[in-house]
Design a protein around this ligand. Structure first.
Ligand SMILES: NC(=O)c1ccc[n+]([C@@H]2O[C@H](COP(=O)([O-])OP(=O)(O)OC[C@H]3O[C@@H](n4cnc5c(N)ncnc54)[C@H](O)[C@@H]3O)[C@@H](O)[C@H]2O)c1
Length: 256
């Protein structure tokens, strides 16, 4: 573990694989001290070690975003370590395929606990210290399925991801005068374990086929989301708040 007080700090949820992992590496390269969190301990440890091996600063902390106690304890510890977090990337999410007939309260709640409530759990304990410093950047990952498309057999996911949009907008307005900016990204089809799952999403063949109707001719890479997260967290985005940036290779504007 490397800790350098002068570096800006970022906490990223679900950073062991996929978009979160790419985002962790992007922030590490940009000079942040990266707090890599995930339920996947081995993967998260490896990401933190990879950032350090590349000359950056990082630490791994286990965090299940379904636990308020874990989130509160971790953020309190980080506030004590760093004063306040400069940035939080609320990325952790699941997208289980559940046909309507099987969409029980438990399946619905499982997705909402992680994809929506999991975000406020991590943000809430960090806001006091951010407010005291009058600075902070929050980036939440929604989806094109939350802002534009309906997704069959993923009604709970679409609903949770739409909820993320409301979370971003409400927080953005409430926190604007505290110097805290809150923005989001709606990724299109991005090459991760989630998308490549045959059971829950497009699978490898579906991913290849998606390239045929995406205007840019291919699905996206996790790094192509990570770079936009980094931009939204940066000084370059200082007058942006409450926005959801679509990063989809032209999918939403090009499909007709
Ligand atoms: N891949 C895409 O095409 C796509 C498109 C739109 C939105 N998204 C969103 O991007 C985010 C990242 O997805 P991804 O594609 O990298 O998926 P992924 O499955 O590769 O990664 C998801 C991460 O979330 C973590 N996670 C799951 N449950 C957790 C919990 N309870 N607590 C903490 N972490 C938990 C996983 O361990 C994993 O690290 C998600 O919010 C997802 O919904 C992805």
């Amino acid at each position: 573990m490397t800790s350098e007080a002068k570096k800006p700090t970022v906490l990223i949820t679900g950073a062991g694989i996929g978009i979160g992992k790419a985002t962790a590496f992007a922030f590490g390269k940009a000079g942040y001290h990266v707090v890599v969190t995930d339920v996947l301990a081995a993967e998260g440890e490896a990401v933190a070690a990879g950032i350090v091996a590349a000359g950056g600063a990082a630490q791994f902390a286990p965090l299940d975003v379904r636990s308020t106690e874990e989130a509160d304890a971790l953020v309190a510890c980080l506030n004590a370590q760093f004063g306040a977090l400069d940035c939080i990337v609320a990325n952790a999410g699941i997208a289980h395929k559940v046909p309507l007939e099987q969409l029980t309260d438990a399946k619905w709640d499982e997705t909402f606990e992680i994809d929506l409530k999991g975000m406020i759990r991590v943000l809430r304990p960090a806001l006091g210290a951010m407010k005291a410093r009058k600075a902070g950047a929050i980036v939440c990952i929604s989806s094109i399925m939350g802002i534009a498309y309906g997704w069959d057999q993923h009604v709970h996911y679409s609903a949770a991801k739409s909820g993320v949009v409301g979370l971003i907008r409400g927080l953005a307005v409430e926190l604007a005068r505290s110097g805290i900016r809150v923005n989001g990204i709606a990724p299109g089809y991005i090459r991760t374990a989630q998308l490549l799952s045959e059971q829950h999403s497009l699978g490898p063949q579906g991913a290849a086929k998606a390239g045929e109707f995406i205007p840019m001719g291919r699905i996206g890479e996790p790094e192509e989301i990570a770079d936009v997260v980094l931009f939204l967290a940066s000084h370059a985005a200082r007058y942006m708040t409450g926005q959801i940036v679509v990063v989809d290779g032209g999918l939403l504007v090009g499909r007709y």
